[in-house]
Structures are given as structure tokens and as C-alpha cells.
Design a protein. Structure first.
Length: 167
């Protein structure tokens, strides 16, 4: 990374000099710029991957081959779906979460998947993607069709406990 120099003038005839705090703020802003720009990047895919672990109904750990001899391991959250949480607020939500996780494990009997529409998630170290199984099935759509997930568009998620009580 290139070093940036700031010159602070003490000449009264020159325009007011930036404070040291302003200089630091500018350095931080310029250093963060590549990260901020890459947060909006998308990779259309397909990217071949193998599922290493199913964390819950909507999060997987995969090993993806991104280039010749280049393999990475990362968490993938299924884009567009929300499943109940294993550490849910009520017992019924926890049971629903276990059912969703077990459903995903069964669908991934063959661990080969293809990732599409890949982008950064809002939590560090995780990406969002559509996940297609080795049989060509969209995993998120299958969860929704089975009643184990609901569509998620990035807004505040509703309570699974309240939904469980209505059933």
C-alpha cells in the first residue's frame, strides 16, 4: 500500500491547514475504499464446491475451487431464504431448525454443489449464494417448498415462535 503524505502549512496567508484528525480520517477513508467497493461485487458463477459441513438450515461450510490449484473454504448462507434458528427462542423453533438442517443434510447426500449469484454477506467471512445440488435442485427453493424456510428479502425477520403457535 502506498504511503500518503500530508503537508500542514503554518503560513497564515494559505488556506486553513487540515487538522491531524482530518488527515487520519482521509487516510482511513482511502484505505477502506477498495473494501467498500468490493462489498457490492457479485460473482455470477457457477463455482463448483463440496459441502464440508451443514451448520443449520441456511448456512453451509464449503470448499470451493476458484482457480487451478486454488481452493478456499468459506461459509455460505443460502440467498433469499430464512430458516428457524437452532438456538431459537422457543422449543418449537428449535425443533423446526433441526428439521430444516436434517432436510439439507439429506439433500446433500452427494456433497457436490454449484454456487450462483455469489456476493458478500453482512457478516464477515460469509458469502450469500444460490446453492444448486448435484441433482440440479435449488436448495433454498426446496426448503421453502417443504415448508422449512420462508422467503427472505433482507428485511427484519419475523418470529418463528409466533408462526409455530399459529399452526
Amino acid at each position: 500500500m502506498a504511503l500518503m503524505r500530508f503537508t500542514i502549512r503554518t503560513d497564515q496567508s494559505a488556506s486553513p491547514a487540515p487538522s491531524a484528525l482530518t488527515a487520519v480520517a482521509l487516510i482511513v477513508a482511502f484505505a477502506a475504499l477498495p473494501t467498500a467497493l468490493s462489498a457490492h461485487e457479485r460473482l455470477p458463477g457457477p463455482v463448483q464446491a463440496d459441502v464440508i459441513r451443514v451448520h443449520d438450515g441456511d448456512t453451509l461450510q464449503v470448499r470451493a475451487r476458484i482457480w487451478l490449484g486454488q481452493v478456499i473454504s468459506t461459509k455460505v448462507r443460502l440467498a433469499g431464504v430464512d430458516t428457524p434458528e437452532l438456538r431459537g427462542r422457543c422449543h418449537r423453533e428449535q425443533r423446526m431448525a433441526e428439521a430444516a438442517r436434517d432436510f439439507v443434510k439429506r439433500k446433500l447426500n452427494d456433497p457436490r454443489v454449484t454456487l450462483h449469484d455469489i456476493r458478500y454477506g453482512k457478516y464477515a467471512g460469509r458469502v450469500l449464494a444460490r446453492v444448486i445440488t448435484a441433482r440440479g435442485e435449488d436448495l433454498g427453493a426446496a426448503l421453502i417448498a417443504a415448508g422449512l424456510a420462508r422467503p427472505y428479502r433482507g428485511r427484519r425477520r419475523g418470529s418463528w415462535c409466533e408462526q409455530a403457535q399459529r399452526r
